[in-house]
Design a protein around this ligand. Sequence first.
Ligand code: GLP
Length: 243
Amino acid sequence: MKVIVAKDYDDAARKAADIVETVVRENPTCTLGLATGSSPVGMYKELIRRCSENGLDFSRIHTVNLDEYVGLEPTHDQSYRYFMNNNLFNHINIDKTNTYVAKGIGDVEENLKEFNDVLDNTEIEIQVLGVGPDGHLGFNEPGDTLYDRAHEETLEDSTIEANKRFFASKEDVPTKAVTMGMGNIMRAKELLMIIGGNKKEAATKLLVEDKIDPHCPATFMRLHRKATVVIEEALAREIGYIR
Ligand code: GLP
């Protein structure tokens, strides 16, 4: 696993965008695995800029997203479909019919079947990831065992607490989500994690140590042949990764 230390959030965004740009230019018809959260927003802004100013072409790109809240309509402003449209898809030359975010409403079992069918028939060229304060990947919460395939998760209180900043109150945060499983993530040809935001010290420290711990799903990144983590200098210093 390669660790890139970036000067600050904007530098992390540029460095992460460089990696995605290389993938898109080399494989203009590939599938990108995408993530939500504050950490990748800067990278998405940078990709939007490169699309409009440098001709980075998404017209034949497909995407699939990591996860979605259960119970939110795609038009809800906190749904991950809405997030992706707003933060990326509406501003680049992608065909939205080639973008997939799992359904959060309707029959969960049927939605999961559809999500797993999409994943079974897609080879993800690069999977973008963030990390939750408890070390979750997508919405794969810590536990004694982890899941291979897409499934429903009950969110940890620390996850609800971390994500309540986007909702009117904690009670409005959905308690369940559908997410790619750890196997789906690990089968991507390349992984790219961007770590930003608060309360990431503990998970990041575990991630850069030589341990694989299902109680910190992010540590599974270490098992991947082609994984890069971009962290900001201040965080790298805080956890003792650099002096
Ligand atoms: C949510 C998402 C995760 C994301 C995490 C961290 O829980 N399901 O995929 O990594 O938020 O988000 P942020 O980057 O905003 O800290």
